[in-house]
Design a protein around this ligand. Structure first.
Ligand code: ADP
Ligand code: ZN
Length: 711
């Protein structure tokens, strides 16, 4: 096959099976390499589009692509997603019976599967088929789990090292969102694919707005934030299990339904929370970082860090769970010194203490930055952003700098007078002349700096002290009860007239165009939905939810938010136009097209009565009556033949004169009749499809049902 033919085939498959018109950065080159049997390592941020890199080549290979994946709980969703796109896929893990497993092995032997998801510990069960006669490609998802350098080491991944010697000519594709170079090298070494080409994608996720706020009074800030975003899904990350539960409770008492999630809950409870979140039933989860790995839910609209994360890798991975559909998402981080101190205490005494503290310091610098936050983030991952991003709080509301020398002198002299033994809180108390018990007990009301800063609020003093620390004019002695201490530069300020520039504190109430802009936008949509509670988007969303319930899959597997928005905008009214929407492939058009198109036509009909379109099934009926075959009608109407068959079924149900048995046999009708009884008359077609082991086409089932229902 020539290269252009291959390319043509790839693009056709990309559209037919996944509904996309173009590749994202690196995807095409990666797919090409895999198809040329080269080993590759793919580094892409969460939501970057890793799956296509092995799912697309899998379609072109003769044998099966084995996908090693660490989380059994998530395999089903991944397989459901592929099935919804018309791709033959399954999984193999310890949740299955021996019989189910042997059916899978048979399918591998018959080359009846394109993709098989396997838990690493279950690989041994596939021993008999683990050879190049049946296996065309090995994909290792979350590949950093193989490295003890990574942040999520899993011993079961270690046995993957042997795979390359068993399958020396099979292309391996390892994928991860961990950028760290040491981990990367280790992955290649452990998998024995040192020569693999590495593809590192940009880590920039421009659609995620970045914001950092002071942690004071965060609960009421969070409540306000959420109330502006009703109906949106979000995650709140907390440091401790207890906080997740307390916060969820607090939110509930404020009429915000939220669930808590942490590793201390039993397995059942955790699966329930996760499932309910993925399926849009629970909108908000307060969680420890145990939550979220591998969750593919594409419509998470915001991520809040209630506490400061330990390092930038973790932070970036967590906020990356927002906006995977490419639509706008918001990441809000609360920064408090108490958190930093607690995280330092956690790190204390750890074998890699210095390493952990260095990472925490980078995180802190990010939170305290007065320059574009995205620049800092990307520079951490080795990328240089030429321009400011325009989508972070610093870009939108640049801090105002002023001459803060006198303020700095007051702070440093208080530190000096208290003999460098007191932490930040006491320094502020003394500056503000507080008469509290701790101050009086130590007799600090007598020192010279007592009460010299009553004109500045507690919070603002704190803000200024933090800036002095960041600029190196004083420091926190973490090993001495976090006492503030002077540094070699302090004297310059105290005695040598050095000038200190400080930034003005930003008030939360006046904060950020970011939020203001959002506010007006929500207001606008609100008033729109008020006058028209039945907007097209809402109707499409409800239809999606209904289909998802019927098929028992998460809503985003039917269509992502981005696809739904595009359907709303383009209002396709024919199969051809529906297929043009990004995210709509051939199978989804055939299975869901009719219902969505009818919804749009109904919606348009209810808006513009005069141009009421004739029922699409009736148009088919007119053609049918002229004696045209299904194929001919399908060509004439530019609709898939499966759509025409569904019209025939509908027409038959309405009592129109069609020879239904030209299209479905009596024995098929009888089989469906029995299935209906055994399955308890489900409303969706997919249970029938499964019942017949996918041997009876959807359109046949539909035709047969129209006869059964009329019996
Ligand atoms: P990752 O595994 O890297 O976190 P996914 O493979 O789940 O990311 O992809 C994230 C989202 O991007 C999914 O909703 C996916 O359908 C979408 N996507 C991937 N590739 C493309 C593409 N070429 N065009 C449009 N959307 C894409
Ligand atoms: Zn910025």
């Amino acid at each position: 096959m020539s290269k252009t033919t291959i390319n043509y085939q790839l693009f056709t498959n990309l559209k037919t099976y996944f509904g996309y018109d173009s590749f994202r950065m690196n995807q095409q080159e990666i797919v090409d390499s895999v198809l040329n049997k080269k080993d590759v390592l793919v580094i892409m941020p969460t939501g970057g589009g890793k799956s296509i890199c092995f799912q697309l080549p899998a379609l072109s290979f003769k044998g099966v692509t084995i996908v090693i994946s660490p989380l059994i709980a998530l395999m089903k969703d991944q397989v459901d997603g592929l099935t919804a796109n018309g791709i033959s896929a399954s999984y193999y893990n310890s949740s299955q019976t021996a019989k189910e497993q042997s059916v899978i092995i048979d399918r591998v032997i018959k080359a009846d599967l394109k993709l098989l998801y396997v838990a690493p510990e279950s690989l041994a069960g596939l021993q008999n088929v683990l050879n190049e006669k049946y296996i065309s490609c090995i994909a290792i998802d979350e590949a950093h789990c193989i490295s003890s350098w990574g942040h999520d080491f899993r011993p079961s991944y270690q046995q993957l090292g042997f795979l390359k010697s068993t399958l020396p000519n099979t292309p391996f594709i390892a994928l991860t969102a961990t950028a760290d170079k040491a981990t990367r090298d280790d992955i290649l070494k452990q998998l024995r694919i040192e020569h693999a080409r590495q593809f590192v994608s940009s880590f920039d996720r421009q659609n995620i707005a970045l914001e950092v706020r002071s942690g004071t009074d965060r609960i009421s800030q969070i409540i306000k934030f959420i109330k502006k975003r009703s109906n949106e899904s979000g995650i709140i990350y907390c440091l401790s299990r207890k906080t997740t539960e307390q916060l969820a409770k607090k939110l509930k008492t404020n009429d915000i339904p939220a669930a808590a999630y942490h590793a201390g809950l039993n397995f059942d409870k955790r699966s329930k929370v996760q499932e309910s979140f993925v399926r849009d039933r629970t909108k908000i989860v307060c969680a420890t970082v145990a939550f979220g790995m591998g969750i593919d839910k594409s419509n998470v609209r915001w991520v809040i860090h209630y506490n400061m994360p330990k390092n930038i890798e973790g932070y970036y991975q967590e906020i990356g769970r927002g906006g995977r559909d490419g639509l706008k998402a918001h990441a809000l981080l609360f920064h408090s010194y108490a958190d930093v101190i607690q995280l330092r205490n956690f790190a204390n005494g750890a074998s890699n203490e210095e390493f952990q503290i260095a990472k925490l310091d980078r995180m802190k610098q990010f939170a305290e930055s007065t320059t574009c936050r995205r620049k800092i983030l990307l520079s951490y991952f080795g990328e240089l952003l030429a321009d400011n991003c325009g989508n972070c709080d610093v870009c939108i509301n640049p801090p105002q700098v002023f001459d803060g020398t006198v303020i700095a002198q007051k702070i440093l002299s208080a530190v000096y007078r208290l003999q460098e033994t007191e932490a930040m809180g006491m320094i502020v108390d003394v500056l503000r002349g507080s008469q509290n018990a701790a101050v009086l007990a130590k007799g600090y009301q007598g020192v010279r700096t007592f009460g010299i800063g009553r004109d500045i609020s507690w919070k603002h003093w704190q803000h200024f002290i933090i800036q002095l620390i960041n600029q190196g004019f004083c420091e926190i002695a973490f090993h001495k009860n976090n006492a503030l201490q002077l540094t070699e530069f302090s004297n310059n300020v105290l005695f040598n007239g050095a000038k200190v520039l400080l930034t003005k504190p930003v008030e939360v109430t006046e904060i950020k165009a970011l939020v203001k802009e959002k506010k007006t936008r929500t207001k606008r949509t609100k008033s729109r939905t008020k006058t028209n509670t039945n907007s097209l988007f809402e109707r499409l969303r409800l239809l999606r939810y209904k289909i998802a319930q019927e098929e028992d899959i998460p809503a985003y597997l039917v269509f992502s938010d981005a696809t739904l928005k595009e359907i709303e905008r383009k209002r396709p009214m024919s199969d051809d136009d529906f297929l043009k929407v990004s995210g709509v492939g051939q199978r989804k058009m055939e299975v869901y097209g009719d219902e969505f198109i009818s919804e749009i036509i109904n919606f348009m009909g209810s808006k513009v009565k005069k141009t009421k379109k004739k029922d699409t099934a009736l148009v088919t009926y007119d053609l049918y009556k002229t004696g045209m075959s299904i194929e001919e009608i399908s060509i004439e109407r530019k609709l898939a033949s499966t759509t025409i068959y569904s019209h025939i079924a509908k027409l038959y149900s309405k009592g129109k004169d069609v020879n239904i048995f030209d299209f479905v046999s009596k024995s098929e009708v009888e089989a469906v009749r029995k299935a209906k009884i055994q399955l308890n008359a489900p409303t969706a077609l997919s249970p029938y499809f499964e019942y017949f082991n996918k041997d009876m086409d959807y359109f046949k089932i539909r035709l047969a049902l129209s006869v059964v229902d009329a019996m």
